[in-house]
Write a protein that binds this ligand. Structure first.
Ligand code: C2O
Ligand code: CU
Length: 463
C-alpha cells in the first residue's frame, strides 16, 4: 500500500518536471510541409481619420476541403493590419457583429482607459462604438484582440486577433525593409487543436493551465511557406497563442538581428541565434537572405527542431542596402535604477488557483492606483510552487514599460527596449519602470489567456 502511493507520487513528479505537463505537447511534425503560401493580412489605413473594425463570425477553409467555424475582424478569420502614424488623430469605429458580447482591446497602445477595451468596455451584439485618440508613441508593432470577462481566451482562440503598425518620422527615414508583403512580413503564431470534425471547439480542448494545440497556424495558414528575395527581410513576430511559448531559430544556425521589442526599436540591431516569445510578446527581426545559399532549405524552427516556416528563396533583383545601425535612443535612467519599489506583485499558482498577491480578479476592486505621468517601480515575483511553477507572461495595459532588472541584473541587450509584456520565469523577480501617460482603469495580468480568465489579473487606476 505504501509502495503504491510512493510510485504514484513519483509518476506525478516526473510528468510535472520542468514546469507543468500541459506545456509539453509538441507541435505535430507534419507542420513543416510548406504546402501553402503564407497568408498576408490586408493592410488598412484610416480614411478621413476613421478605421472600421467589425468583429464577425463566419467559416474559413483552414484545412483543405473542410469548413471551420471561425471569428475574425473584417473577415471570417483573424484581422487586418491597421497602419497608423505617430501624432495622427484616429477613430477606431468598432462594431460587434457577433452574437455574443465582446470588447476591442488594443494591446500595447497608450490610450485613455475608457478606450482601452478591457473587460469594462463591453459591446453588446449589434453595437457600434467610436474610439477616438491621438497616436502618442513611437514606431512599433502592436496588436488587438477581445477582452470580455470570461470569454477572452475563447474568442481569441476562434480567430479574433489583428495587428497595429505605428510608423513615425524615424521609422520612415531610417534604412529598414518596410515594403509590406515584399520585404516586411507579419508572422502571427498561433497553435490550435482541431477536433475530429475539424472545428475549433475551445470548450472541448480547454486546459485551465493554458490551452495548446498540435497544429501551428501562421497568419491563419496551416503548413505555410514564405517566398522571399535574396535580400534582407524583416519579420514581425507575434506570439498570438493562448499559452504556448516559442523559441525561434534558423535551421542552419545562422545569426539574425533583432531590431524591435514589443513597443519600439532597440537602440541598435542586435545579433541573435534564437529568440523566445511568450504569449502576447512581439519582436522584429532582420534575416539576411542575400548571404544564404538558395539551394539549401532555410527555415524558421522552434526549440524542438520542428519546422515552423520554410523559406523559398527567389532569385530576383533585390536591394542589398545596409540596415541602419542607430535605431532608437532608449535607456533606463539613473533615477529609474534607484527609485524604490512602490508596487509589489506576487504571481502564484496554477490552473484555476492562479492569483496575484493572493487574490483573483474582481471587476469591482481596484488593486492599485498610480498618478498619470509618474514613474513607479513595479516588482513582479513569480513564486514557485511544489512542482516548480511555470513562466507567466506579465502584461500591463495602456503603457510601454522598461525592464530595469531581472533577478537584480541588467536585462539582456534584446530586452533593452519598450515592452508591454515580460516573461517572468518561476522563481524570477523582474523590476519594471512603469509610467502611464493617460488616465483610466487598466488591467495587468498573465497573458496565458486561461490564467487571465482564471483570475490572474488585477486593475490599476491612473488618476
Ligand atoms: Cu493582450 Cu489584457 O491583453
Ligand atoms: Cu500565467
Amino acid at each position: 500500500e505504501e509502495m503504491k502511493n510512493m510510485e504514484g507520487m513519483d509518476n506525478k513528479d516526473n510528468s510535472m518536471e520542468n514546469g507543468h505537463a500541459s506545456h509539453n505537447n509538441p507541435l505535430a511534425l507534419n507542420n513543416s510541409t510548406g504546402e501553402n503560401e503564407l497568408a498576408l493580412p490586408p493592410i488598412i489605413e484610416p480614411k478621413n481619420g476613421i478605421v472600421d473594425i467589425t468583429a464577425q463570425q463566419g467559416t474559413t477553409e483552414i484545412l483543405k476541403g473542410t469548413k471551420t467555424e471561425t471569428y475574425g475582424y473584417n473577415g471570417s478569420f483573424l484581422g487586418p493590419v491597421i497602419r497608423i502614424h505617430k501624432d495622427q488623430t484616429v477613430t477606431f469605429r468598432t462594431k460587434n457583429a457577433l452574437s455574443e458580447p465582446t470588447t476591442f482591446h488594443w494591446h500595447g497602445l497608450e490610450i485613455p482607459g475608457n478606450g482601452d477595451g478591457g473587460p469594462h468596455q463591453v459591446l453588446e451584439p449589434g453595437v457600434t462604438e467610436d474610439v477616438n485618440f491621438t497616436v502618442n508613441q513611437g514606431a512599433s508593432t502592436l496588436w488587438f484582440h477581445p477582452h470580455p470577462e470570461g470569454a477572452t481566451a475563447e474568442q481569441v482562440y476562434k480567430g479574433l486577433a489583428g495587428l497595429i503598425y505605428i510608423d513615425d518620422e524615424n521609422s520612415q527615414k531610417i534604412n529598414l525593409p518596410n515594403e509590406y508583403g515584399v520585404n516586411d512580413f507579419p508572422l502571427v503564431f498561433q497553435d490550435r487543436q482541431f477536433t475530429e470534425e475539424k472545428q475549433l471547439n475551445y470548450q472541448a480542448v480547454l486546459n485551465e493551465d493554458g490551452t495548446i494545440g498540435d497544429t501551428l497556424l501562421i497568419n491563419g495558414t496551416v503548413n505555410p511557406k514564405l517566398t522571399v528575395g535574396k535580400e534582407k527581410i524583416r519579420l514581425r513576430l507575434l506570439n498570438g497563442s493562448n499559452a504556448r511559448n516559442y523559441t525561434f531559430k534558423l535551421n542552419n544556425g545562422a545569426t539574425f538581428q533583432q531590431i524591435a521589442t514589443d513597443g519600439g526599436f532597440l537602440n541598435q540591431p542586435t545579433d541573435m541565434k534564437e529568440i523566445t516569445l511568450t504569449p502576447g510578446e512581439r519582436a522584429e527581426v532582420i534575416v539576411d537572405f542575400s548571404k544564404m545559399d538558395d539551394k539549401t532549405d532555410i527555415a524558421l524552427i522552434n526549440e524542438e527542431g520542428i519546422t515552423l516556416l520554410p523559406f523559398k528563396i527567389e532569385q530576383k533583383a533585390a536591394s542589398t542596402s545596409n540596415i541602419a545601425q542607430k535605431l532608437n535612443d532608449f535607456g533606463v535612467t539613473e533615477e529609474e535604477k534607484t527609485l524604490p519599489v512602490t508596487k509589489k506583485l506576487e504571481l502564484f499558482g496554477m490552473g484555476t488557483m492562479v492569483s496575484i498577491n493572493g487574490s483573483q480578479f474582481d471587476m469591482n476592486r481596484i488593486d492599485f492606483t498610480q498618478k498619470q505621468g509618474d514613474t513607479e517601480i513595479w516588482e513582479i515575483y513569480n513564486k514557485p510552487d511544489m512542482m516548480g511553477g511555470m513562466t507567466h507572461p506579465f502584461h500591463i495595459h495602456g503603457t510601454q514599460f522598461k525592464i530595469v532588472s531581472i533577478d537584480g541584473k541588467e536585462p539582456p541587450l534584446n530586452l533593452k527596449g519598450w515592452k508591454d509584456t515580460v516573461s517572468v520565469e518561476a522563481g524570477q523577480t523582474v523590476k519594471l519602470a512603469v509610467k502611464f501617460n493617460n488616465k483610466g482603469i487598466y488591467m495587468f495580468h498573465c497573458h496565458v489567456l486561461e490564467h487571465e480568465e482564471n483570475g490572474m489579473m488585477g486593475q490599476v487606476e491612473v488618476k
